[in-house]
Ligand binder design. Structure first.
Ligand SMILES: Cc1cc2nc3c(=O)[nH]c(=O)nc-3n(C[C@H](O)[C@H](O)[C@H](O)COP(=O)(O)O)c2cc1C
Length: 378
């Protein structure tokens, strides 16, 4: 941390700018509303951005086949998943330090979630506390947990999430160690002093966390603090809230996690911010769906920029999707209004795609609605 403030994060518009015609336009315009280092930190992934690019490219491997003459006037986007009903399948992914994008940060996103009936997943590393966010978010709110080296801190975070009315815990397991983002480094990004992980403030964290004793900085250093299977088993005894696991890319991990009794999985590569070179989340989704069976709850995130991307993810096996960067871009441009508008655009783009593909419900969206792009359709 350092003594920097990025003033661009404090001057969003109070109206939607004229240039926004689709959800992805928020990505196109965001660089005008953020200081360059902040934009690079958000847009970049780990290393050389190979996985960031793979996520984006994956959707172009599939085409949606239009259907004719079907009556879709009874159509809707309601989702029934894990015993809960959601108005639509577009969730707000956990994104840390949202005060980088807007002076009120997570408060604005939570208001947008409430206005658009979106499930909000609040990050452990939020720059507004989970209790404040919960006061303005809608009833569908989950808490994303980074397990802490001290179990008493993790346990306290769980108690606080329960008390604040979060309905599920999403434990992220793919970011114990992350390759640095070359884009952020080259732009000389440094997190400003007024943007801190407030949920973790006030705990007595051990001073030597992650410090190598001997040997490798990674194996014997950082990874010494990383959770292992026994920690997940312990976590599951510490709360009655459903536990989801975020960051799953291997079908064997998916099956083992299902067998452990987790409520659901998030197929994700952390938006390309963890292992650079990991596969696009969309590409591994069909194998994971096949491994866990048709009825097990699966979310997907990574690279979603349009309603047809959402449609493709659902067709390949996801029950719902989460949106990461687009929320930061919309937040920086027009605060809660921007995030709500971005979600509304995505939802309408999804509905448009459903109507043209002849689907009236999310359940009707399946693999048969797609063909591989650039392949003869047989
Ligand atoms: C700036 C930024 C911060 C993030 N912070 C978190 C976090 O605190 N916890 C987490 O589980 N994932 C975090 N993620 C990953 C997102 O939850 C999500 O997996 C990813 O952004 C999806 O890809 P997309 O940005 O292409 O939509 C973050 C992503 C970004 C871009």
């Amino acid at each position: 941390m350092n003594n920097i403030t990025y003033h661009a994060a404090q001057s969003p518009l109070d109206a939607i700018p004229a240039g926004i015609h689709c959800a992805q336009d928020y990505e196109m315009l965001a660089h005008r509303f953020m200081a360059h280092p902040v934009h690079e930190y958000i847009a970049g992934g780990s290393g050389r951005d190979c996985t960031v690019q793979a996520n984006l490219d994956a959707y172009a491997h599939w085409s949606v086949v239009p259907r004719l003459l079907r009556d879709v006037t009874g159509g809707h986007t309601q989702l029934a998943m894990a015993g809960t009903s959601f108005a639509h399948p577009i969730f707000l992914a956990p994104v840390a330090f949202q005060r980088l994008a807007h002076v009120h940060g997570e408060m604005e996103t939570a208001r947008a979630a409430q206005a658009t009936e979106s499930c909000l997943v609040a990050s452990t590393l939020a720059s507004v506390s989970m209790e404040e966010t919960a006061r303005v978010a809608g009833p569908q709110r989950w808490f994303q947990l980074y397990m802490q080296p001290q179990r008493n801190v993790t346990r306290d975070l769980l108690r606080r999430a329960e008390a604040a009315g979060y309905g599920a815990i999403v434990v992220t397991l793919d970011a114990s160690v992350q390759a640095a983002s070359l884009r952020a480094l080259r732009a000389e990004f440094l997190r400003p002093t007024d943007c801190i992980a407030v949920n973790l403030a006030g705990y007595n964290m051990s001073a030597d966390a992650g410090a190598p004793t001997a040997g490798s900085r990674i194996f014997q250093g950082i990874m010494r603090q990383a959770p292992v299977w026994a920690d997940l088993e312990w976590l599951m005894t510490q709360t009655t809230l459903p536990i989801w696991v975020k960051g799953v890319l291997h079908r064997d991990d998916a099956v083992m996690l299902k067998d452990k009794g987790v409520a659901g999985l998030v197929v994700s590569n952390h938006g390309g911010r963890s292992l650079d070179g990991a596969p696009a989340s969309l590409h591994v989704l069909p194998a994971i769906r096949a491994a866990v069976g048709a009825d097990f709850p699966l979310l997907l995130d990574g690279g979603i920029r349009s309603g047809s991307d959402v449609f493709k993810a659902l067709a390949l096996g996801a029950n719902a999707v989460m949106i990461g960067r687009l929320q930061m871009y919309a937040l920086s441009i027009a605060g809660a209004l921007g995030v709500a508008h971005m979600i509304q655009l995505l939802r309408e783009e999804l509905e448009l795609c459903m109507a043209m593909a002849g689907c009236t419900t999310l359940k009707e969206i399946d693999r048969h609605a797609l063909v591989a792009a650039n392949m003869p359709y047989a």
